[in-house]
Design a binder for this molecule. Structure first.
Ligand SMILES: C[S@@+](CC[C@H](N)C(=O)[O-])C[C@H]1O[C@@H](n2cnc3c(N)ncnc32)[C@H](O)[C@@H]1O
Length: 249
């Protein structure tokens, strides 16, 4: 089975999302939750450590899980503090010895890579079994923009970014399957100066609506207690991201 995030996505991830994602404030949001709960912190879909590494560096015992060896390799190359452990594996197979996490997280839409309801529920139930009784789960997904999601196909270009002495442009082409709430996103990377193709990768995501997410969480034994559309104190307004914090019911 191909990895969900392969070499090109992994190699360009930090440069790309420093521009596209860091300004959202999501890293600070998850770091604040780590401080509120006191950890230990379990991040599912930790990728290159964009969110988890600062949390570990702040002193929290942390475990990161991700099925992409390429993403974990980029993470490891940053130098891991002793209080941080990485595990290569899928969310729906989660089975760690440690079961006393104060906070579990799935930042930046990792939950959307669970393509079937069974995988979503299995993941949530497994996460719950790794939390201590007062533990929290926090995750985010994008809030489906109904006008945009109505289109079966969509394409565009993202801001260029520096990578290995090149300027890289990433184009995306989305195809949607409304029956299964799935979208496939093909990314094409090109050298902006020479036009040389640097690679193509595809990821698949299932979109989820706010009340669908609430039902999933409750079925898996969680009680959601904070809903927001972003990473500051804004309430849930139905556009942007769906950000939820839940506790063990
Ligand atoms: C958009 S990245 C987010 C990475 C990191 N959480 C961040 O905020 O930068 C999504 C991550 O989910 C991971 N992923 C994909 N399928 C997964 C699965 N079944 N279980 C756990 N993680 C998965 C990918 O490998 C990728 O690293």
């Amino acid at each position: 089975m191909p990895e969900p995030y392969e070499q090109m996505l992994a190699d360009t991830y930090d440069a790309q999302y420093a521009v596209l994602r860091d300004p959202s404030g999501d890293r600070e949001f998850y770091a604040t939750l780590a401080a509120e709960t006191g950890g230990p912190v379990l991040e599912i879909g930790c990728g290159t450590g964009r969110v988890l590494l600062p949390i570990a560096r702040a002193g929290h015992t942390a475990v990161g899980v991700d099925p992409s060896a390429a993403m974990l390799e980029v993470f490891r190359a940053k130098g891991l503090p002793e209080n941080l452990t990485l595990v290569c594996g899928r969310a729906q197979d989660l089975a760690l010895e440690q079961r006393d996490f104060g906070l579990a997280t799935m930042p930046f839409r990792a939950f959307m890579h669970l393509e079937r309801t069974e995988d979503q529920l299995e993941t949530l139930r497994r996460i719950r079994s790794h939390l201590r009784p007062d533990g929290w789960l926090a995750l985010d997904v994008f809030d489906p923009d109904l006008a945009r999601m109505a289109a079966l196909e969509e394409s565009g270009e993202q801001p260029s970014f520096p990578w290995h002495q090149r300027t890289v442009v990433r184009r995306y082409a989305v195809t949607r399957d409304h029956a299964h709430q799935l979208q496939s996103v093909r990314f094409d990377y090109t050298d902006a100066q020479t036009g040389e193709s640097l690679g193509t990768e595809t990821v698949t995501m299932r979109w989820t609506y706010r009340y669908e997410l609430e039902h999933l969480l409750v079925r898996a034994g969680f009680e959601p207690f904070r809903w927001s559309s972003g990473y500051d104190e804004r309430p849930y307004i139905g556009k942007g991201d769906i950000v939820v914090v839940a506790q063990r019911a």
